[in-house]
Design a protein around this ligand. Structure first.
Ligand SMILES: [Zn+2]
Length: 400
């Protein structure tokens, strides 16, 4: 079961049969397609256009004082033959011939392509926890009439040149945009100097910040959220704020050259070494889901800052992403993930991971409001089996 129709573990009934037929028909190697792009030039042409469309606004976005670690460039080893399909509609799937004996260098586009339209449905109610292992407890810290999702090319665990891994997410917003409490709680820091603990330190890399200790916890541990680079703080020390309450305004104080919000979630202690991926804590838009992955080599060693591609079957759009970089990054205790992509419209996707000169690929389904988990283990390929159920009572504590 490990490498077969389980790729569609989240589907049901007729849908599952249809999907299994499609992917079993075109997945001749143990349910996994290992193929070589038939046309690297076609592949590149698509991404050149994407670069033009997305790089200009992204260059102006937040936390752009430094360029993200560039993805590797490589020379194609195969001649141009036929166009690479942008997507694989179920009705007319192209024939796929496994060419595992003909290795090539995997070619990746420049990061930054927005995977989806600049629109989001309303959020699910908060807290949102469809399973025991979910903890989407927080509302968006930016209102829905603005961009309120993470910059795709500098997520949690992202690496900028010469810097440690990103301990939060960045949300780009115009200067002066209202910043809202992601959940109810008490303000325990307001103003300069949060990183250093010195309110007089105006050189603090986080600039003016708000920190909230929430009224609810997670598995008996306190929860904190951090809102940094503010132009002004509105909430004051000791103030109780409700979810959605105004706490400050978008700015560019601290170590940044563009207005944006740096947002962190901390579990247990309010420390730099207690962060989690906020994309596992922010309530998703209705009808949208979350991909969680653990990408490893064959020996089960986690692959850091490893490039992957996610293709939407519905739109043909491609989202380049990277796994967590090394550093003070803490995976979720249940998923032990090193990649989270939230805000994905429900539907069929293909995930591609290059490994040892081959391109591993499988189909996945993103379900509304839910996590889709998949692991990758080098030559053993993909495995959609969810993580094992913990045996202790830790995970049986009810949600807030
Ligand atoms: Zn940041």
């Amino acid at each position: 079961m490990k490498f077969s129709q389980r790729a569609f573990f989240n589907t049901n009934g007729a849908t599952q049969q249809k999907l299994f037929w499609f992917y079993s028909r075109y997945s001749p190697v143990r349910g996994i397609r290992i193929k070589v792009f038939p046309s690297l030039n076609g592949f590149l042409r698509g991404f050149r256009l994407l670069r033009v469309l997305v790089l200009i606004p992204l260059a102006l976005a937040a936390c752009q004082a430094f360029s993200p670690t560039p993805l590797p460039t490589a020379s194609p080893l195969l001649p141009d033959s036929s166009p690479t399909p942008a997507s694989l509609p179920l009705s007319t799937p192209p024939a796929v011939t496994p060419t595992a004996t003909n290795p090539m260098t995997f070619l990746l586009p420049t990061p930054g392509a927005e995977p989806v339209t600049a629109w989001r449905p309303p959020l699910y109610p908060s807290p949102w926890a469809p399973t025991l292992y979910d903890h989407f407890y927080f509302a968006r810290p930016i209102a829905a009439d603005e961009v309120n999702w993470p910059l795709p090319n500098y997520r949690y665990g992202g690496i900028l040149e010469g810097r440690s891994a990103h301990t939060g997410i960045d949300i780009s917003a115009p200067y002066g945009t209202e910043v809202l409490a992601a959940g109810q709680g008490t303000v325990i820091w307001s103003g300069w100097g949060f990183s250093s603990g010195d309110p007089a330190n105006k050189d603090d890399p986080l600039g003016k910040s708000i920190v909230i200790r929430h009224d609810f916890g997670y598995r008996d541990q306190p929860l904190f959220t951090i809102y940094a680079h503010l132009s002004e703080t509105e909430a004051v020390l000791g103030q109780w704020v409700n979810t959605g309450g105004l706490i400050g305004y978008i700015g560019e104080t601290g170590l940044t050259t563009g207005p944006h919000l740096h947002f962190e979630v901390r579990v247990g202690t309010n420390g730099f070494f207690a962060t989690r991926n906020p994309e596992l804590w922010l309530v998703p838009p209705q009808g949208w889901g979350i991909l969680v992955a653990h990408v490893m080599d064959t020996a089960k060693e986690t692959l850091n800052s490893y490039a992957i591609l996610l293709h939407s079957e519905a739109t043909g759009e491609t989202l380049p992403a990277r796994t967590y970089g090394p550093g003070t990054i803490i995976p979720d205790p249940y998923y032990n993930e090193n990649l989270v992509l939230s805000d994905l419209p429900a539907g069929l996707y293909r995930i591609q991971i290059p490994f040892a000169g081959l391109n591993y690929e499988t189909g996945i389904q993103i379900l509304p409001g839910q996590v889709t988990f998949i692991s990758f283990q080098g030559f053993l390929g993909f495995d959609p089996t969810p993580p094992a159920t913990p045996v202790n009572e830790y995970f049986l504590t009810p949600a807030p």
